[in-house]
Design a protein around this ligand. Sequence first.
Ligand code: ADP
Ligand code: MG
Length: 244
Amino acid sequence: MLRIEDIYKSFGEFMAVDGAELTVGKGELVAVIGPNGAGKTTLFNLISGQLKPDRGKVIFMDEDITNLPPYQICKKGIARSFQIVNIFHRLTVFENVQVAVLSQQRRSNRFFHPAQNIAVEETNRILENVGLLDNAWHIAGSLSHGDRRILEIAIALGNDPMLLVLDEPTAGMSPEETSATMSLVKRLADERGLTLLFCEHDMDVVFSIAQSIMVMHQGRTLIQGKPEDVRRNEEVVQAYLGGE
Ligand code: ADP
Ligand code: MG
């Protein structure tokens, strides 16, 4: 579904992404791991179009999307959340998701349908899916940190993506919240037939849910493979897992 070929991004003299490679199969749950500063967020920004690579390619569904702007990449079916919470704090939970659903429906040109009603149903369905229906009429800014992060995922789902890209969805969560959130994400992926690409610091979580793991170090891909192969790889263990 997604293939990143030999991609580079520098900030001034500094190579944040230095020839990384990544493959994501349809329906797969793929994790990117690596120490802080490895280039994970930059790589995700290259996928979603927030940044343009210096060279290299992003291929999605056999199409070169490397130089498309973010809104067109979103339209192709890639939705993402950010490492830092990115919601409308003064809108309600419901409105935050509805904005995404409405913009998605507008894109699919359903001019002759009562878009508002469809959006209400779909928004409610998503909120129920993620367990935020009881908070629908709360102001988003009043949610707990954990619920805000879940709301971000709900907003991403509002875009009806094929590929969901989550940048540290559990950052700042307690271990209990982390495992609950990742089970939720896994369930959503199963139920909606989503492909999932995420990065996450909790190795127990990564190794329990990812079907493929890419290890990034200093902007490069050290290895991508099945969890058991990654765990066995000597270089990875030394560069990263050993330091845990
Ligand atoms: P990770 O998400 O793996 O922690 P990042 O992709 O955020 O890593 O960052 C990789 C490196 O690139 C870091 O050293 C960071 O300081 C640097 N970097 C990221 N974004 C910028 C930017 N906009 N300008 C300059 N340096 C940046
Ligand atoms: Mg990051």
